[in-house]
Design a protein around this ligand. Sequence first.
Ligand code: LLP
Length: 434
Amino acid sequence: MLYPENLTVNNQGHLCIAGQDTVSLAREFGTPLYVLNEDKVRQNCRGYKTAIDTYYGGNGLALYASKALCTMYTARIAASEGLGADVVSGGEIYTLKKAGFPMEKVFFHGNNKTPDEIQLALDCGVGHIVVDNVYELDTLNKIAASKGMVQKILFRIKPGIDAHTHDFVRTGQIDSKFGVALENGEAFEIHKYAVTLENICVDGVHCHIGSQIFDVDPFKEAAKVMMNFISDLRDKLGIDPHILNLGGGFGIKYVESDDPLAPYEYVKAAIDVVKEVATERNMPLPYLVFEPGRSIVAEAGITLYTVGCVKDIENVRTYVSVDGGMTDNPRYIMYGAKYSACIANKANAENVKEVTIAGKCCESGDLIQENVKLPLTEVGDTLAVLATGAYNYSMSSNYNRIPRPAMVAVKENGEKKVIIKRETYEDIIKNDLL
Ligand code: LLP
């Protein structure tokens, strides 16, 4: 059984997160329940900040990638730890603004930002827009002009690196809906055009090569490609894109076989390359930005469920059904994502049986995980799925009109706060007009 370092087992044999008994949490707040270890989130934020301070003299910023888990509370945690944030929608901008986030430290991404979202971003004082394409550039220029402002931007570049193949390759990624490509000159041309626009200020370039990546080489390659591109822009266009945003994507441990490096190692490896190229091409060091999401919140979160029906189908498999499913964690049905699970009230018991953990939706594929070894599991047990802090709540739905779970933030000092309240049936019908 894989227990991340923020999980322990108490003398009752109950799983604990931040030292708090998960069985009691389930009893107090009900299930399904998202639980987030706030100390762990803060520690992860600090890890990135320290890495940039240590290896790069603090000349950069870690942005919390809101899409991993966007709540007012997590935004406030990121802000109080000195991080910026990346957002990809009006809803995320609105959440951060309402949370009192310092909006000048926000970078707005997306391949199809609507004019309304761009308006909102400018009205909220979003620091940088990461422009995806020429249509967006023109729209932004017009909106900025109408407000009499000059908007700072970065361009989203496809560096031509596909990090998701076995050995990453440096071709093929031109087929992506995000950004402008280097290899066909598109990225260069858009910069050439942008400098002619009065209400746009090109501050830097951005790339993001994928998510849940373990290998350090694609990040190094991306840093190299992007640094050389900045140098070309300086030489050929005389512009100064002084921000290099290398995106996020650092992998985390979901199951025993996952073997990610410590986050600072990815950061350091990219920084080493940035420094090398800067010396080689005789250019100043850029302000360096990273955008980790999953690696900040994933392992800090778990989901607690109550076991209902246990269906033993002889010679086939055993389904352990829980009171949640693809509505609170769609990652198995979407990606076949791997998770570790345990029975929280029998955390020391031996895993004796391979089971399939099923959700309660009217959908055969609604599974949380197949082939998991668990102790003998009975009705009423509390089942914990680990490392669900990222892309679970943020990707949840009301399929089958199932209300979303609550989320509780816990700390080692005993604090526990409901940061998202459980949806009710009234919430479910609140937009039904007739
Ligand atoms: N920056 C940009 C521009 C991104 O597109 C992403 C993730 C991140 C940062 C953060 O990446 P992270 O550090 O969290 O890997 N729904 C998928 C993940 C999609 C990630 C999309 N972009 C999942 O559940 O695995």
